[in-house]
Design a protein around this ligand. Structure first.
Ligand code: KIV
Length: 258
């Protein structure tokens, strides 16, 4: 059965951990969906892991529409969420409605994700939710704010922890269906997870979340360097290099084609 936002809520209530990974094209999405992932995120991290930018900031809405449509074509069961890229939702609520609407209409994905927890973002989450667009929030380390926050752990002072905690409450009240908690202390993630009714999905936020997400390029060992909290389950850089070198050798030695 296809995964819905309502199902994620039930899994939180049943304490059944939610599994989520990022995806950027048809082939990867099909493999991850068939492996049984619950949620696939077309994350704007694809700017760095797939398109070679230094940050997520240069990514356009058109880029996300293109990748999200490809991912959706590969998926039958997982809930697919598209990240709204930098400056595609922060200018005004009108802009957020227009662009989130385009994502749902033109790609077929079921939800959008946006970063931040200040009051203007919470208002945008409320507006999108009210018109029927499911929104996943994302707080803690928010990579679209890299020039202000860096790629560092957030919420490690009493004041910043309190701020993130209140952002989680506000986004829940605004109607977000789930919250990404990125690179925050595990005790803060545990406190948020206990306090809110919607699922928390952690990345670098310890084990006391309702689910976990990783960037698939890190998990597969496709990235040259992974963040400290990632776990690498395969070494595809080596596998691909070996295959390419063997092919070169075969062609040069005329052992392929036979
Ligand atoms: O873009 C992304 O991959 C993300 C994950 C880190 C959650 O937002």
């Amino acid at each position: 059965m296809a995964v819905t936002t309502a199902q994620l809520l039930k899994w939180k209530q049943q304490q059944r951990p939610i599994t989520m990974l990022t995806a950027w094209d048809y082939a990867i999405a099909q493999l991850l969906d068939q492996a049984g992932l619950d949620v696939l995120l077309v994350g704007d991290s694809l700017a760095m892991t797939v398109l070679g930018y230094d940050t997520t900031l240069p990514l356009s809405l058109e880029d996300m529409l293109h990748h999200s449509a490809a991912v959706k074509r590969g998926v039958q069961r997982a809930l697919v969420v598209c990240d709204l890229p930098f400056l595609s939702y922060q200018e005004s609520e009108q802009q957020a409605i227009h662009n989130a609407g385009r994502v749902l209409k033109e790609t077929g994905v079921q939800a959008v994700k946006l970063e931040g927890g200040h009051s203007a973002i919470a208002q945008t989450v409320a507006t999108l939710t009210q018109i029927g667009i499911p929104v996943m929030g994302h707080i803690g380390l928010t990579p679209q704010s890299v020039h202000r926050l860096g790629f560092r752990q957030q919420g490690n002072t009493p004041e910043t922890a309190e701020k993130i905690y209140h952002q989680a409450l506000k986004l829940t009240e605004a109607g977000a269906f789930a919250l990404i908690l990125e690179h925050i202390p595990s005790d803060l993630a545990a406190k948020i997870t206990e306090s809110i009714s919607i699922p928390t999905i952690g990345i670098g936020a310890g084990q006391h979340c309702d689910g976990q997400v990783l960037v698939t390029a890190d998990l597969l060992g496709l990235t040259a360097k992974q963040p400290p909290f990632a776990k690498v389950y395969a070494n595809l850089r080596q596998t691909i290099t070996d295959a390419a070198e063997n092919y070169i050798q075969d062609v040069q030695q005329q052992t392929f084609p036979q």
